[in-house]
Design a protein around this ligand. Structure first.
Ligand code: HEC
Length: 105
């Protein structure tokens, strides 16, 4: 239970960094999070398992991913490297969902 809580807290933190901060620079009325339909921590934001299948198997196989065992921070670092070094097309929200899925499997 506490592990789940930490994971949810980390996801929320990631979403804050990825969604709220860029929004700060643009003036205007921030719409309430509910209006987006994506509720952080609800577990229904994005499906990490299917994201791995669609986003992470274009350059190498799923086996390469399953062979690795990392914690949440390790997966975030790895996914970030896939984006910055190899050009993977993955959004901030997708990164969070994938990292949480892989860290928990
Ligand atoms: C644009 C191509 C590309 C995409 C998309 C991609 N990777 Fe990679 N990945 C690579 C390359 C190239 C390597 C080998 C070099 C390296 O490790 O940086 C690699 C290596 C790896 C490794 C083994 C090295 C390690 O750090 O354990 C893992 C695990 C991995 N990728 C996970 C992922 C995950 C998870 C995703 C989806 C979020 C992903 N990759 C998407 C190109 C890609």
């Amino acid at each position: 239970m506490s592990r789940t809580y930490r994971t949810v807290a980390t996801l929320t933190a990631l979403l804050l960094v990825g969604v709220i901060l860029p929004g700060c620079s643009s003036q205007g009325t921030a719409s309430p999070p509910e209006s987006t339909g994506a509720v952080p921590g609800s577990g229904g934001v994005l499906d990490g398992a299917s994201l791995v299948e669609t986003k992470c198997t274009t350059c190498h196989t799923r086996e390469r991913i399953d062979a690795a065992s990392k914690d949440l921070t390790g997966w975030q670092t790895t996914i970030n490297r896939m984006i910055t070094s190899h050009g993977a097309q993955i959004t901030t929200e997708e990164q969070s969902a994938i990292a949480i899925y892989l860290a928990g499997k």
